[in-house]
Design a protein around this ligand. Structure first.
Ligand SMILES: [Zn+2]
Length: 251
């Protein structure tokens, strides 16, 4: 029997009421991030899906909301729909009011030989989330301005992996799967590596050995197309990990 249960942790669903609450492991709790935990109650990988690091990239946020309603066969999925709530509310790439040079949340995770040193409150809270859940996999949803195959300065329609044997194999499978749905050669996805220095994915891979993947759709496509591409890629991703039935459709 497939016994998959979806629940949302109360202390993160009600951040105002529970601000300052300390969970059993003694770590402080993020007060601004809503987190959904999809629990299968069967052994398997822990996956963190994160969206909205850049506030002007709504496709990932919408896709993450849908993914938060999926059920899985094994392991657990942590879904962080709005990583950068103030920027999402403002529909801006950068954190509103952040000091100069600290506005791009996806550059606020610098790494040195001692580990990652998050810059600013939002990055610090996100780093707390990943430390708390210790995922084996991290998938970060973004969107870019133009198609990579059209504009080499842009990263639209790419899968960007922090390279290791597992992420490279997974990344190629995802590229192959999504490209079967795209007829226009100029819009086909490419596999790139690695994500930018200072990014959440790169810091997680370098300091916590997380298998980290960043997905970039392209804003030139309609929003619903981008959302569906994120969902299709995540569906394929979970199937590869045995967390969804091979033939199951969950969109
Ligand atoms: Zn982005």
């Amino acid at each position: 029997m497939n016994f998959a249960v979806l629940f949302t942790a109360g202390w993160v669903l009600l951040p105002c009421l529970f601000e300052g609450v300390v969970p059993s492991d003694g770590d402080s709790v993020s007060s601004r991030h809503k987190i959904t935990i999809i629990e299968s109650h069967k052994d398997g990988p822990t996956v963190l899906v994160i969206a909205g690091i850049h506030g002007n990239e709504p496709a990932g946020v919408e896709a993450a909301k849908r993914i938060a309603g999926w059920q899985i066969l094994k392991g657990r999925v942590i879904v962080l729909v709005e990583a950068n709530p103030a920027a999402i509310a403002a529909q801006k790439r950068l954190i509103p009011g952040a000091p100069v040079g600290e506005g791009d949340l996806n550059r606020n995770f610098p790494v040195d030989e001692h580990g990652c040193h998050p810059v600013g409150d939002v990055a610090t809270e996100l780093w707390q989330v990943i430390k708390e859940h210790s995922p084996q996999w991290l998938v970060d949803l973004h969107e870019s301005i133009n198609f990579r195959r059209v504009d080499p300065q842009s990263v639209g329609n790419t899968i960007i992996v922090c390279p290791n044997e597992q992420t490279l194999a997974m990344g190629q499978k995802l590229v192959d799967a999504i490209n079967k749905t795209i007829t226009d050669e100029s819009k086909k996805f490419l596999l790139l590596r690695p994500p930018a220095k200072g990014s959440f994915t790169r810091a997680a891979a370098e300091t916590m050995n997380v298998n980290a993947i960043l997905i970039e759709t392209t804003r030139r496509e309609p929003l619903e197309t981008r959302v569906k591409q994120h969902c299709l890629l995540l569906e394929r991703f979970f199937r590869e990990l045995g967390m969804l039935e091979p033939e199951e459709e969950q969109q």
